[in-house]
Write a protein that binds this ligand. Structure first.
Ligand code: FMN
Length: 413
């Protein structure tokens, strides 16, 4: 696999120290990082610290004869697949928007033809200032990707948008922009796995979907369901622990991405379908997501207004059947597993679904209690050979058991 390379520009904000953690996480995903710091950034974090983590020289000076001769500003950009500015100060964004190139970082930004992702972090007033809004609009129009900052308490004591997003969220965005798939090699070197020797899915590609979908009714309302995403995330974590290369396509949930898992966030069933197509081929697909069966037939651009006493008419149209579509796909995974959330006649309905959808196994669970969002789950695994019923267990325990069964089925093939 070709290693992806990020050129990380660190500018002078209070969050500059987070560039160390960001670099560490990127390297863990098998992404090489070379760093450039603005002069102000060196007031917040030392080039020595960043250099130790990147295991490389940290670039800063434009008129350093040795640096420019060995690897100049053009080459720094040429050697990267993606340029990331994190944190991006209001100042560097303003300079980039105006095309100012008065130090190495801004000269690279003007000279590059590579995609650029800016991750702004600043005081809320700076973020909301008309000048910053203008600069961001200009940069977006110029093709720069901008990641919105998080909302929360700031170093200065104020509250609002402006915090640097968590490094793992930045990594996810970078991975999505690079179209990067973590290599099994990379995963093998990760310290976070329970039993590093037990890797029966080493080299296998596993695709997992999780969580609900949100289907817009108008710009502010949507159709959703109670899926928490926890079972799907636990299955993705179990697959990664066993050495698989895992892509997790997740609906809107607030869960931490398991180590070693590539996560792609979506909102709607149609987006999920598109991301599944992009993630193929895979050896195994486990479709845990509770995908909405229907979406609104028309989504108006403006909020629907109350007209009188009668409820607003809501016309629905069917979403694509993701599981059945994947079963007929020319790149159908060798092992295709569907989930059936049922409230009655659990096994009977699951057996019917197995026949109808064309998948290999159906994992049926009774969601009439507090399974959705709860800690535990009980599975009935319905295959063409019969039904296996597993007792109520914590979601991570039952997820590992399921992945052991998957490994038995395809591990040696
Ligand atoms: C303690 C301190 C913290 C700062 N934090 C930020 C910040 O989080 N975001 C920001 O845009 N500017 C921040 N600034 C202002 C920048 O450091 C200043 O605009 C500087 O010129 C940025 O230079 P650069 O964009 O070349 O790195 C901070 C300044 C100080 C003194």
């Amino acid at each position: 696999m070709i290693e992806k390379r990020v050129l990380l520009i660190v500018s002078g904000g209070i969050a500059a120290y987070k560039s160390l953690e960001l670099t560490r996480l990127l390297k863990k995903q098998g992404i090489a990082v070379r760093a450039v710091m603005t002069e102000s950034a060196t007031e917040f974090v030392t080039p020595l610290s960043l250099g130790v983590i990147t295991e490389d020289h940290v670039y800063g000076a434009m008129f350093d004869l040795k640096e420019e001769r060995e690897i100049g500003h053009i080459q720094l950009s040429r050697q990267a697949d993606l340029i990331v500015i994190a944190p991006a100060t209001a100042n560097i964004l303003a300079k980039a928007a105006a095309g100012i190139a008065d130090d190495l970082a801004t000269t690279i930004l003007l000279a590059t033809d590579k995609p650029v992702l800016a991750v702004p972090a600043m005081n809320v007033r700076m973020w909301q200032h008309a000048a910053t809004r203008r600069n961001l609009a200009q940069l977006r129009a110029d093709g720069m990707a901008i990641m919105d900052p998080d909302e929360g308490e700031m170093a200065c004591g104020e509250y609002g948008p402006g915090r640097l997003p968590e490094p793992h969220a930045i990594v996810e965005r970078i991975i999505a922009m690079l179209g990067h798939f973590a290599s099994a090699q990379t995963l093998a070197s990760q310290p976070d796995f329970a039993d590093i020797d037990h890797r029966p899915l080493y080299g296998k590609r596993v695709l997992v979907t999780a969580g609900p979908t949100h289907e817009a009714i108008d710009p502010v309302r949507y159709i959703a369901n109670r899926s928490s995403g926890r079972q799907g995330f636990a299955i993705a974590a179990g697959a990664a622990e066993m050495g698989a290369e895992v892509t997790l396509i997740a609906g809107p949930v607030h869960l931490v991405t398991p180590p070693g898992v590539i996560r792609i966030d979506i909102e709607t069933a149609l987006e999920m379908q598109a991301e599944i197509d992009k993630a193929l081929p895979a050896d195994v697909a486990i479709m845990v997501a509770a995908v909405a069966d229907w979406r609104a037939a028309d989504v108006p651009e403006q909020k629907i207004k109350k007209a009188g006493k009668a409820p607003a008419p809501l016309a629905l149209t069917e979403n694509p059947d993701i599981l059945a579509t994947l079963a007929k796909h020319k790149q159908r995974p060798k092992l295709l597993i569907g989930f059936a959330a049922e409230t009655e006649k659990i096994v009977e309905h699951a057996a019917a679904k197995l026949a109808k959808k064309g998948c290999d196994w159906i994992v049926a669970n009774d969601v009439s209690g507090d399974v959705m969002g709860g800690e535990n789950n009980a599975f009935h695994i319905v295959t063409k050979d019969g039904v296996e019923s597993w007792p109520d267990s914590p979601k991570d325990v039952i997820a590992r058991k399921l992945m052991e069964k998957v490994a038995d089925e395809i591990g040696e093939s």
